[in-house]
Design a protein around this ligand. Sequence first.
Ligand SMILES: C[S@@+](CC[C@H](N)C(=O)[O-])C[C@H]1O[C@@H](n2cnc3c(N)ncnc32)[C@H](O)[C@@H]1O
Length: 298
Amino acid sequence: MVRVIPGIVEYVSLRVARRFLFSDAFLLRWGRYLPYYRTNANQADPKPVCDLYTEAMKALGLEVSSERTILEVGSGATDAVGVALLERGLAGEQGRVLLYEPYVTPIPVPEPAGEAGLRCRIDRLTSLRQIARGSVDLVVSHSVLEHVRDPQSLMLELGRILAPNGWMIHAVDYRDHFFKYPYHFLFFSRRIWERWLDPGDLPRWRLSDHRRLFAGRGFRMQVLRSATLAEEFRCVVKHLAPEFDANDPDIAVTTAILALERTHLPSQEQVGSLFSAKAYEFETTADQSEQEMQRKDA
Ligand SMILES: C[S@@+](CC[C@H](N)C(=O)[O-])C[C@H]1O[C@@H](n2cnc3c(N)ncnc32)[C@H](O)[C@@H]1O
């Protein structure tokens, strides 16, 4: 007997409609009126995002109110999270917030009184190339990594701009973004997903993909918090497409907060700035005197 997956007809119909009928621009404007559509946090309420970053910083032992440059990756259509970060003092009294959003055009929002002073400490960027090497102390993102098609390139750039003792905090949502069915997107082969169902920005990364990604880029990753919908997953696990490993311990993770610090050796320039010229001369002198003694012995 063929067992039909619960909700599959509704799921496929709505995914096909999302893919072929609704543009991102349409959803940005009208999404809030559609059933099942969830407005991005930066447009709805930036406070919970800021709470999450603050808690993660405290868990990592980072001084919350230190002067720093914070980069938010994938800020979305508004500067709301950037303003909230500064209001909260997470970049200190003078620090800056860089908002990197390569795809979404900002929507103008009325500027509440009192924000003008903060806005001059925010820069909105469409490319990371505009940021100097090693100049960012903290990189944060919320509901972004699960959408990134080429995470290797993004990590390479973030690795370049992050300060040697910098940190990254990424809140990642591994659910199917048709949230009523958090795991349904794992039922389809890559070919079917990409051809018919992918809204265009959901490559279906799992936490294990991100573990591999960061390990290969010289970062030490710690999962600060993660969640799983165990009962829902138990009902669907037998329907997973072969490319998803049911035995992967991370396969069912729905949301996670990832903290990353660098582990790789510093670049030549950084090494240079770590040693004073005097110490270097001393080393040279020691070498030379050793050579001289050897010459004398000979
Ligand atoms: C679900 S939205 C989240 C927006 C915002 N962080 C929030 O929580 O409201 C995902 C965002 O990630 C951005 N994004 C996707 N791929 C990206 C990439 N490679 N680099 C930077 N941002 C990216 C999208 O443009 C989009 O604004």
